[in-house]
Design a protein around this ligand. Structure first.
Ligand code: SF4
Length: 73
C-alpha cells in the first residue's frame, strides 16, 4: 500500500502557472485567485506528486511522509 503523504502549497510563493495542475490534476487545483491548492493528497501516485513538486518553478510545493514527517520534497 502506498504511504500517506502530506502535500502543501506555499501561497507566498505560488505564481499560478499551473504546472502542478497539469502534471498532477488529481491532487492540485487552482483556486479563484490562481493559487494552487492541494485538494487530494492521494489523487495521484507518489512519483507524480513528486514530479509536480520538482517542476514547480518557485519551489512552492512541499511533500512530506504523513506518518513520519520526513520531507520528501
Ligand atoms: S507549479 Fe508551483 S507556482 Fe505553479 S501553480 Fe503549482 S504551486 Fe503554483
Amino acid at each position: 500500500m502506498a504511504r500517506a503523504l502530506r502535500v502543501r502549497v506555499d501561497h507566498t510563493r505560488c505564481v499560478g502557472n499551473a504546472t502542478c495542475t497539469t502534471i498532477a490534476p488529481g491532487v492540485f487545483k487552482l483556486n479563484d485567485d490562481r493559487q494552487s491548492e492541494a485538494i487530494n493528497s492521494v489523487g495521484e501516485p507518489e512519483e507524480i506528486i513528486l514530479k509536480a513538486a520538482e517542476n514547480c518553478p518557485v519551489s512552492a510545493i512541499r511533500v512530506e511522509d504523513a506518518a513520519t514527517g520526513e520531507r520528501l520534497f
